[in-house]
Design a protein around this ligand. Structure first.
Ligand code: AQP
Length: 329
């Protein structure tokens, strides 16, 4: 039986956070042996907001190394950098021509990222069309993402259907693979915003590469209400509920079990043990990260990934261009 295809990616726009891990990365690891997986570092998405060149390079390598450190096996899954497969830019343009302005104007991520800015790059506006192309190039069936990407995925489905309707059956209509617990981890300083790696306040997120003591400090300083009850109640206790979600995702304990464990104990012991659970998860990951960076193998792995991804992506692109009426030589 042919395996279902999976594609997903993360932007090297900062250091990967615990939100990226819980919402998406750990699902990559789960899917790699049962599905045909393509995991990329979406560096071309990262440049939709200004990036300092040296930081972009370092972060791109760091994200790729974190994929491997989290348990992605490059023999089982194809790991590559988006910019090394030019077919992404090309199909991205073709998908932009198929996208309506109104569809892009509705995107909440664009509204959030452009809010209050005097000037915003056009790429930030059109990037959902590039994301659609990323997924369609591989005819992915499943896309493991956090809750924030649902709307972009819906656009991808619409574009795939639009193309198929105009030019004949070509693209698979992809489905999201969104975790039940941890699909939206919120900021530690403001539970109304999602945890984001590009937040200028480093105290708002836990980076996967934060030293253990920094993680402990960030969790102890995480905003909570003035009560003391460890109770999952997102409407009235959004901050504590977010910490419970993190606890549950990191330990696989149910919300009810966590509430029972800290019944009548206040926030102190809860936060302390949450911090230890996060450190226990992250420490081995950091050790493998260091090993991978020191091994000097990263570029070879990414080159192999580029070759495998290009084969499939080029095939799709030729088919698309021929169906659209381009002269394919
Ligand atoms: N807070 C979150 N909770 C759960 N999942 C999350 N994801 C992101 N934030 C959370 C998921 O992580 C994957 C990678 O995301 P991305 O790098 O493509 O960009 P993003 O969604 O915009 O993530 P960030 O961290 O907020 O990046 P910046 O700050 O650069 O915008 C996606 O699958 C996403 O759903």
């Amino acid at each position: 039986m042919t395996k279902l295809k999976v594609l997903s990616g993360m932007q090297p726009s900062g250091q990967l956070t615990l939100g990226n891990y819980i919402g998406a990365l750990r699902n990559y690891v789960k899917l790699q042996h049962t599905h045909e997986c393509y995991f990329m570092v979406v560096d071309m998405h990262a440049v939709t907001v200004p990036q300092e060149p040296a930081a972009l390079k370092e972060q791109s390598e760091s994200v790729a190394a974190l994929y491997l450190a989290a348990g992605i096996d490059p023999k089982a899954a194809t790991v590559f950098l988006q910019s090394t497969v030019p077919a992404h830019a090309e199909l991205g343009w073709l998908m932009t021509t198929l996208t309506y302005m109104g569809e892009l104007e509705r995107m909440t991520q664009f509204k959030d990222k452009s809010a209050g800015k005097e000037s915003v790059g056009a790429g930030l506006f059109t990037y959902p069309s590039l994301m659609a192309a990323d997924i369609m190039l591989y005819n992915a069936d499943l896309v493991p993402v956090g809750d924030d990407q649902k709307q972009h995925l819906e656009l991808t489905r619409d574009l795939a259907q639009r193309f198929n309707g105009r030019y004949g059956d070509t693209f698979t209509i992809p489905k999201g693979y969104i975790p039940e617990v941890g699909a939206r981890i919120m900021s530690l300083d403001d539970a109304s915003k999602k945890m984001s790696k590009s937040n200028p306040n480093a105290g708002s997120y836990i980076a996967l590469l934060d030293p253990p003591d920094v993680i402990r400090k960030k969790i102890s300083r995480a905003v909570t209400d003035s009560g003391r009850e460890v109770k999952y109640d997102p409407a009235n206790k959004p901050e504590v509920s977010n910490l419970i979600s993190i606890y549950s995702a990191v330990t696989d304990k149910s919300v009810a079990d966590i509430e029972a464990m800290y019944d009548g104990q206040g926030y102190g012991p809860f936060k302390k043990e949450l911090a230890e659970a996060v450190v226990a998860l992250i420490e081995p990951l950091q050790q493998s990260y260091r090993d991978i960076r020191e091994s000097g193998e990263l570029h070879r792995i990414l080159k192999e990934g580029q070759q495998k991804a290009s084969e499939l992506a080029e095939r799709t692109l030729r088919d698309v261009k021929s169906k659209m009426g381009f002269v394919v030589l």
